[in-house]
Structures are given as C-alpha cells and as structure tokens.
Design a protein around this ligand. Structure first.
Ligand SMILES: Cc1ncc(COP(=O)(O)O)c(C=O)c1O
Length: 376
C-alpha cells in the first residue's frame, strides 16, 4: 500500500481536470493572441477560465494575471511593489515561504529598502501589536504575510492585518498559495492588494497559477515581451493548464463545507490516534479548525532510535510525507519555520498533509507504521 500524505507539497490532479485539459491540448491548440479562429477559440477558453477564477474569489476578471505558479506570483507582487509602487519598507515574517523571503532579501540588496520582520509566538501567530508598531514607519510600506503557513498550517488573521494596513496606508500582499480553494476567500470582504495562487496545491496542474492585483494598483510589465496578460506578464499563455486551474478551483470550492468537515475529521482522528499510541507526541503550530489549516498536521516526535531516519523509514514503508526537521546538522539545514518557532531540536518533526481524497484507512495505515517504529 502506498499512502500519500504530502498534499501541502503538491496534490494529485483531479480526474475531471485531466478530462477538461486533454481536448484542449489535442484540439484547441491555437495561440490566444492569434486573430484567426484557432486563436479566438483559445482566447475564449482562456477568458472563460479567468471569469471562473474571478468569480470564485469575488474579484474582477481584469484583476487576475496568470503566472507560472505561486513563486512567480509572489515575486511579481513584491518586485512590482518596490520597482513600480515606490515601496521603501517591507514588513514580513521569518515564517514566510522562500518565494517571499528570498525575493525580499534580493530586493533589499538591490534597492535601499528597509525590511522588518514581525515577531511571532511559538505557534506561529503574528504579534499584531508589533505589526502595528512597525506600521508607524514613515516609509511607503508593503506588508507581506502568508495566509496559512505551509509547514505548520497556522492562519494569519487576514481581516485584522488588512484593517491595520488600511489604517496605515500600507500595501498588503498575502501568499494565499496554501489557502485558496481550501477555505472561502471573498475579496469583497477583505481589502488586499495582492494574493497568489498555485494550481498544483488544489488538484490542478503544476506550472500555473495567478496573481490577483487590486485594480487600484496601476502596475506595468513584470516580464517583458509580447505583452500578453494586458502587458503585465508576457509569454504565450498555457491555455490547457489555465483551464485546468479554473476547473480545479471550481471543483474544490463545490461543497467546500463538506470537504472541510471530512478532512478536519481525519486530522482530528490522526491527532487522537497518535496521542493514544505514541507517548509524548506533540504538534507544531496551531491545531484547531479556527486557527490553522485543516489540511496540515505538523507532528513533533520524541527523540528515538529512528532519529535522522524517521522520514526515510516511513517512506520505505509506503507513506509519503514531509520532513519538517529543525535539525541543523550536516547538509540538512532543516526547516527555517521550526527553527524560528524555537522547537526542541532533539525532536523529529514530520508534516502530514491531507486532501479530500485521503481516507481513514490511509490514516490508520500511517499511524500503525509510526506505532511500529516507535514501539519496536
Ligand atoms: C506558501 C507557498 N508559497 C509559494 C509556493 C510556491 O508555489 P509554486 O510551487 O507554484 O511555485 C508554495 C509551494 O510550495 C507554498 O507552499
């Protein structure tokens, strides 16, 4: 048996997504910029996908710019803010994905940019009082804080951060790569400048995503060339994948409450089983439905004879999950997130992440393997 519990890394493509992409790859191969009927047919499905996506987050289709995924979308939000919107100060956190952290470091080297890192507690919650203080800066500021942490699942109180940004006239970018499609997101209710999405995190294809840019922000080309995406991001659009992305969003947001309930039950079930069967197991980050993403469970296992080999041993037994080790030895520099949370370096962290395709039998199988490893 092979069990896939690494859905925060990537998700299997939904069969319906493959079904909608294949005829486009085969027959609707025109370049959406061509004026002939092949081009027009491709353009029609492209714009239809944009409308579907815009509707799902309640924004205007013109605010969606297709990209090659989450990394490019994060780069675009940060770079356009600094290079075009005259941002001189970025407030972010040490818990961000490297798509944000490394881009901020790069921009800091290139421009005379102030960078502040907001404090967080041991569960990954942002210190809002500190954020408020940082926002008193005299410089034009961008706040870049992720919606749901990809390693530990802890949520950002996005509404509160949005309100603070409005009060202080700061731009607000949130990396929503892990949350889009998984929790309702209504941009009529959240005032935000940029959010990002990656299709492969929600049962769509890899190499495609989007950046939402609030229409009040007038930005120009990020990638130069043939002026696709209204001149903002050149390069022939990946029509089939974009249609796959729209279908994936449509599918995952259909009956979302039921999916949330199902996956949340699985997460609770796994937490209980682990607590009953493995002495001294702990969880990194927040774990409640209100405070963390129900698809992610970051476990902290006590030191044992499996140290350094736990992930490998689990993999050998057929379970795919992710290491979230805070180990700093050798080539493994471990997780920057867990290091920042100051978790016990003697313990072994493993991230299990679920989807609505995950079954209770798969959780039982995984917990049994862990039980055997810790009790033999
Ligand atoms: C929070 C977060 N941001 C950005 C990315 C990068 O997305 P992509 O793989 O589409 O470049 C990921 C993917 O791991 C992620 O989890």
């Amino acid at each position: 048996m092979k069990v896939y519990l690494d859905n925060a890394a990537t998700t299997p493509i939904a069969p319906e997504v493959i079904d909608i992409m294949l005829p486009i790859l085969k027959d609707n191969f025109g370049n959406p910029s061509s004026s002939h009927c092949f081009g027009r047919n491709a353009k029609a499905v492209l714009e239809n996908a944009r409308r579907t996506i815009a509707k799902s987050i309640q924004c205007s289709p013109s605010e969606i710019i297709f990209t090659s995924g989450g990394t490019e979308a994060d780069n675009m939000a940060l770079r356009c803010s600094v290079e075009q919107l005259e941002v001189k100060h970025i407030i972010t956190s040490k818990l961000e994905h490297h798509a944000v952290l490394h881009t901020v470091e790069y921009l800091q080297k290139l421009f005379s940019l102030h960078v502040s890192y907001v404090k967080c507690d041991e569960k990954g919650n942002i210190d809002l009082v500190h954020l408020k203080e940082l926002l008193e800066s005299e410089h034009k500021t961008l706040v870049s804080l992720m919606h749901a942490n990809n390693e530990i699942g802890t949520y950002l109180p996005i509404q509160e951060v949005s309100r603070l940004c409005i009060q202080n006239k700061a731009f607000f970018h949130s990396d929503t790569v892990q949350s889009i499609g998984h929790i309702p997101l209504n941009l009529n209710e959240i005032n935000i400048d940029f959010i990002t999405c990656s299709a492969h995190k929600l049962h769509g294809p890899k190499g495609v995503g989007f950046l939402y840019v609030n229409k009040r922000n007038k930005i120009h080309a990020f990638i130069q060339g043939g002026a696709q995406e209204r001149g903002l991001r050149s390069g022939t659009e990946n029509t089939a994948s974009i249609v796959g992305l729209a279908k994936a969003i449509e599918l995952i947001t259909d009956n979302l409450d039921e999916k949330i309930e199902k996956v949340w039950e699985l997460k609770k079930y796994m937490m209980n089983l682990l607590q009953q069967n493995i002495p001294n197991v702990l969880f990194n980050g927040e774990t409640s439905l209100e405070k963390s993403l129900y698809t992610i469970l970051n476990c902290s296992f006590p030191a044992s004879k499996n140290d350094g080999m736990l992930l490998f041993s689990i993999d050998l037994k057929g379970i795919a999950c992710s290491g979230g080790s805070a180990c700093t030895s050798g080539a493994n520099t471990g997780s920057h997130v867990l290091r920042e949370l100051k978790t016990d370096l003697q313990r072994q962290a493993i991230r299990f992440s679920f989807s609505h395709y995950t079954t209770k039998a798969e959780i039982d199988f995984a917990v049994n393997i862990l039980f055997e490893l810790f009790n033999n």
